[in-house]
Design a protein around this ligand. Structure first.
Ligand SMILES: Nc1ncnc2c1ncn2[C@@H]1O[C@H](COP(=O)(O)OP(=O)(O)O)[C@@H](O)[C@H]1O
Ligand SMILES: [Mg+2]
Length: 250
């Protein structure tokens, strides 16, 4: 077990109307609990608005939970900012447009003291190669790249800290269909090579089927089904899961 989510609840308050006369709360997460095994890939699937990104942000400590907690195994995750990384859906917003790729990749090397400064360039080249890019890109800016290339750079930057756990929130959903499959293969290859643990979030069951060992199905902030991938895909117990599967078959 590398990480445990315990009874996490997240409520967002909202106000409506000119005089803010209407107020209420949305419960984006409702008593969510699960564990993630080291070196596994947990797929989280659910329709838009089911609470997946809210859960991702709470796990990565980007927003607080209303109640409940997330506990990382202190023996495996010793330095949270280094050992746990996140990849977001949109690689267009994730990179600083004013930074050359070499600097984007050197920053985490410096912050976490991964290698001495004189080795930054070699390490950056190694990181680019890991994600299928080459060193000719080092001096260039994000604007010069396609969505797929930008996402590869985001992955390289995440790998720079030598993480053990990566949370991927819809990492291929904004990319062209033609490159989604090769990106999935890259995620699988990196996971095996670097002995990573993944939480992989997607609204797309075919993607989850490709990448996950076990699966959690979310609906309206609740976990409605969980289990090993084959069990979920071959004999879903929950009505909502069945509907998702049917919708995916078209
Ligand atoms: N900052 C926020 N303020 C208010 N409501 C929010 C906020 N973030 C998310 N929500 C609401 O929480 C629910 C879950 O959203 P989200 O976690 O983004 O779902 P998903 O990633 O599965 O599409 C939605 O109803 C959404 O409108
Ligand atoms: Mg989302």
């Amino acid at each position: 077990m590398i990480l445990k989510v315990e009874n996490v609840v997240k409520e967002f308050k909202f106000e409506r109307g000119f005089f803010k006369q209407e107020a209420g709360v949305v419960r984006a997460l409702d008593d969510v609990s699960f564990e993630v095994e080291e070196f596994s890939s947990l797929g989280i699937v659910g329709e838009s608005g089911s609470g997946k990104t809210t859960l991702a942000k709470i796990i990565m400590e980007l927003i607080p939970a209303t109640s409940g907690k997330v506990v990382f195994d202190a023996e495996r995750i010793t330095n949270f900012r280094k050992d746990a990384q996140i990849i977001f859906q949109n690689p267009y917003n994730s990179l600083d447009p004013k930074m050359r790729i070499i600097n984007t990749l050197s920053e985490p090397l410096l912050i976490h003291g991964i290698v001495p400064k004189k080795h930054f360039r070699d390490k950056a080249v190694e990181l680019l190669r890991m994600v299928g890019l080459d060193e000719s890109l080092l001096q260039r800016y994000p604007i010069e790249f396609s969505g797929g290339q930008r996402q590869r750079i985001c992955i390289a930057r995440a790998l720079a800290t030598e993480p053990k756990f990566i949370l991927l929130d819809e990492p291929i959903s904004s990319l062209d269909l033609t490159i989604q499959a090769e990106m999935l293969d890259l995620f699988l290859e990196l996971k095996a090579k670097l002995k990573l643990t993944y939480i992989f979030i997607s609204h797309n069951l075919a993607v989850i089927r490709h990448i996950a060992d076990s699966v959690i199905v979310m609906e309206s902030g609740k976990i409605v089904e969980r289990g090993l991938k084959d069990a979920i895909f071959n004999s879903p117990a929950n009505t909502y899961t069945k509907l998702l599967l049917e919708a995916a078959r078209g």
